[in-house]
Design a binder for this molecule. Structure first.
Ligand code: PRP
Length: 180
């Protein structure tokens, strides 16, 4: 896999250090609140697994899987739930964990969804943020790294369902796309 990567943007060590910092920030702000951490599958799984193990208060874990519809490479804003959460968020605080915020459509939809279901507070933690791609404004509370508009893979992020298990974040060589 490594020979298909053009450059590494964030190493395993960079990510580990940043995840610890995010966890410290989150622990300090929530203290011992009754928090539900909702991971957005599949990309958010790596960050979530590493992040929750660094939190110093008990949390409830849940998972959601959604798909966004794209026209070409642009998200149309329509989001469909493929696998829903099973814990009732009514009256509770929610932290959504994602790998990347791009157009913002997925997160804007999920914030509205959990607010409608009665969550008292809904925040977002993402490893990566691509503000230059934003279509729908969304308030992202905890950000690992801001990145330019480059197609990145690894640590949860895929190309054609592959490369999610790379321990770092990298950019694929253009010939990998050309092969498709
Ligand atoms: C990616 C990512 C976010 C969403 C962000 O998921 O994990 O959920 O896209 O894009 P947006 O800000 O433009 O809405 P994807 O649909 O690729 O699913 P995956 O996590 O299973 O790879």
């Amino acid at each position: 896999m490594n020979d298909q990567i053009e450059k590494i943007i964030f190493t395993k060590e960079d990510i580990k250090k940043r995840v610890k910092e995010l966890a410290a920030e989150i622990s300090a702000e929530y203290k011992s609140d009754d928090l539900i951490v909702i991971t957005v599958l599949k990309g958010g799984a790596m960050l979530s697994a590493d992040l929750v193990r660094e939190l110093d208060f008990p949390v409830t874990l849940d998972f959601i899987s959604v798909s966004s519809y794209y026209s070409g490479t642009t998200s149309t804003g329509s989001v469909q739930i493929k696998k829903d959460t099973d814990i009732n968020v009514k009256g509770r605080k929610v932290l959504i964990v994602e790998d990347i915020v791009d157009s913002g459509n997925t997160l804007a939809h999920l914030i509205k969804l959990f607010a409608l279901r009665g969550a008292t507070d809904v925040r977002i933690c993402t490893l990566l943020n691509k503000p230059s791609r934003r279509v729908t404004p969304v308030d992202v509370n905890y950000i690992g790294f801001e990145i330019p508009d480059e197609f990145v893979v690894g640590y949860g992020l895929d190309y054609d369902q592959k490369y999610r298990n790379l321990p770092y974040i990298g950019v694929l060589k253009p010939e990998v796309y050309a092969e498709k």
